[in-house]
Write a protein that binds this ligand. Structure first.
Ligand code: R5P
Length: 294
């Protein structure tokens, strides 16, 4: 297998190549003055299985286009099998029609990737696993939550309370709990489908005097974490941290979260930034190895 170093995830791809020992295929890329993308694989892929590592964080559309171009280039150059490793899968949150007239965006992305030549997908903590059913080729979801929880164990936060900011993230809190060995619980989140406004409520959490870590798949505007932190402070939590797999941190999200009393924001290199304190490279390397031997 060869690892294609997607422009959105070069450092992560390098680490995966290091851990697996697989050969790297660098990518030459540029953006034309009008905004169009250009890519060129700088290496041979003939008769090879390839894994393209390319996250689809901001700018999502551009990163997805680059991914499609790399897949097509791999197939045009006679790669045998193309696996797209897309840690943050954009558009996964629109996985159903919520309001009449909408599109199931993730299904369109799935069609697009298939048409470009992708044969299999590996992603990490997709918003809802059911979205994988929209893919007509094998699509696997990995979880980085244990790695994030391990970071907090190293920080002396064993036994911390793992909080999910909404019911959908409770499975995340439970995965964290099995590493932290403390308690877990969730808030309730309501969303207005027209305005996008959310509000959260507590249904009887007992976090008084506790260290609480809010775990989520994505931090985007930070509104969810800010809302959760406010409730935790009211409930008497002593220390509040937050961890996410995909730290998009749009606008002043980071500032708002820290101002809300959160001591630290921890993310992974699914979305590379200064909060990427945990690497998902070992997780992906293991999955690629399993793919090869499977
Ligand atoms: C949605 O339910 C996700 O799990 C996250 O909670 C959400 O995307 C976070 O968005 P924001 O940071 O804008 O509140």
């Amino acid at each position: 297998m060869k690892i294609i170093l997607g422009p959105a995830s070069t450092a992560l791809a390098e680490r995966i190549a290091e851990l697996t020992g697989y050969e790297k295929v660098p990518v030459i890329y540029k953006t034309f003055p009008d905004g169009e993308n250009y890519i060129r694989l700088e290496g041979t892929v003939k008769d090879d299985n390839v894994a393209i590592v390319q996250t689809s964080s901001v700018p999502q559309d551009s990163h997805l286009m680059q991914l499609a171009f790399m897949a097509a280039a791999a197939k045009n150059n006679k790669a045998r099998k193309v696996t797209a490793v897309v840690p943050y899968l954009a558009y996964a949150r629109q996985d159903k029609v919520f309001l009449p007239g909408e599109n199931v965006s993730i299904e369109t992305i799935a069609h697009m990737l298939k048409a470009a030549g992708v044969d299999a997908l590996i992603t990490v903590n997709i918003h809802a696993e059911s979205a994988l059913n929209k893919f007509s080729f094998p699509a696997k979801n990995l979880s980085a939550i244990a790695l994030l929880a391990e970071y907090f164990v190293q920080k002396d936060c064993r036994k911390a309370f793992a909080l999910a900011p909404d019911k959908g993230a409770m499975y995340i809190a439970q995965q964290a709990q099995s590493v932290l060995q403390g308690e877990a619980g969730n808030l309730e989140k309501q969303r207005d489908r027209y305005t996008g406004q959310t509000s959260q409520t507590d249904k009887g959490l007992n976090v008084k005097g506790q260290t609480v870590i809010i775990f989520d798949d994505i931090i985007s505007t930070g509104g969810t974490i800010v809302g959760a932190a406010k409730i935790l402070r009211q409930l008497g939590a002593t220390r509040i941290y937050t961890a996410c797999v995909h730290g998009l941190l749009i606008g002043d999200a980071e500032k708002r979260i820290l101002n809300a009393g959160v001591k630290e924001i921890v993310g992974t290199d699914s979305v590379p930034s200064h909060i990427s304190k945990v690497s998902i490279a070992p997780l992906i390397a293991k999955a690629l190895k399993a793919l090869k031997s499977g």
